[in-house]
Write a protein that binds this ligand. Sequence first.
Ligand code: 5RP
Length: 301
Amino acid sequence: MADPTGDNSAKNYHLDRPPVNEGFYVKGAAHLDWGMKNRLARIFRPGSGRTVMLAFDHGYIMGPTAGLERLDLNIPPLIEHVDVLMATRGALKSSIPPTQPKAVCLRINYDATVLFDDLSQGGGIACDIVNAVRMNAGALAVQTFVGAPGEKNSLELLARTVDAGADHGLPTLGVVAVGKNLLRDEKFFLLATRLLAETGAQIVKSYYCPGFERVAAACPVPIVIAGGKKVPENEALGLCHRAVSEGAAGVDMGRNIFQSENPLAMVQAVAKVVHENFTAKEAFQFYQDLAAGGKKRGRKS
Ligand code: 5RP
């Protein structure tokens, strides 16, 4: 049996060697079937191999948070600049036109809400596979609470979702939760991201941390990073740049886009970093230029 405390001597991450992909560009996906690969190719752009996912599923825990007061007004203008929409079925069905062309990553679990002191106890299924397929989901998202009271239930839910997704050719995004009592260091993210991938998630959502290069190298499937709480635009773009430079396959970002002073400019700046390798400085300049142009256009002469 493996040493339950982990092998502390793990150290050779071969950072100088790219992942072995065996003919399909999405990390860890070479042995998946056609339908799964086709869905992954709608998530990760074949040109860059990366993705900009727009997360706006916050309401399922927080209610109408800043920037998401009106899903029907806040989200549609951003859609053309992202690759994937990550949301709950209620948000999509009520507020997003079904004619929108982007892939959908459907949040299929519920969790404790902000009314509880500790959100990390986990929850259950909020949308089953039949309804996910009916909604034309391109991927399923499940939140997990590694190292917290909800660990066992959420990992079981992830495993069941991976199974159901595999039956229908849908990849599963395993989301690493961080909470009040959960760590946010390299050691934690090394463990949590690997755990989710080994449980079967074809994509893992996690957070950037110092040492991220090793976290990304040791995770056998693509990692997309969350943005976390709103920070100034130049810092958020810096975070994106560091993450993709150190091996992230893109972002699944919410608050730093929709809470930006100019969400439309910010989403395009994020896409420049993710898909065109803009530096943080270049992207921030791009953001400022777009935002200033928007202001000019909005001005009455
Ligand atoms: C948490 C999530 C959220 O969608 C995610 O955290 C949102 O992204 P951001 O932190 O960038 O607002 O998956 O379960």
